[in-house]
Design a protein around this ligand. Structure first.
Ligand SMILES: [Fe+2]
Ligand SMILES: [Fe+2]
Length: 138
């Protein structure tokens, strides 16, 4: 299994697209590590990176939204906050129960599906707004 970053996920905002691509790369790394039966330390390390990178990415988007007065800021931020909680819970479950393949697969699917839905349903419109306000996207 692999998450593909295709054209339908492009926001046209270079910086945001770059970060989304990195999120997909990280998800695919977790899938690979799990399939290859790597040790839990390695998988936890990648999960931790995913957590940190997600937080950084959301901050990037929220800062840009504030800077350009995006009207959907509060609602968008709420989506991010809820998702951060979900990722934290998924990570904690993995730590509690060990890196069981079924749990990893479920966590990756939850994160991957959320990202696809959020990018298509929220980020693309947000990026269009930022560009309309003169953001160069770098
Ligand atoms: Fe995003
Ligand atoms: Fe977002």
């Amino acid at each position: 299994m692999e998450y593909k970053f295709d054209k339908s996920l492009e926001t046209g905002h270079a910086k945001i697209d770059e970060q989304h691509k990195q999120l997909f790369v990280t998800l695919n790394t977790i899938i690979e590590e799990s399939e290859q039966g790597r040790g839990k330390d390695e998988i936890y390390k990648t999960m931790d990176f995913l957590n940190q990178y997600t937080i950084m990415h959301f901050k990037t988007e929220e800062t840009l939204q504030k800077e350009y007065g995006f009207p959907g800021y509060e609602a968008h931020k709420k989506c991010h906050e809820d998702f951060k909680t979900t990722v934290k819970e998924l990570t904690q479950a993995l730590i509690d129960k060990g890196p069981v393949k079924e749990l990893i697969d479920a966590a990756v699917k939850t994160v991957g599906d959320w990202l696809v839905t959020h990018i298509k349903g929220n980020d693309i419109a947000m990026a269009a707004y930022l560009k309309s306000k003169g953001d160069k996207g770098v």
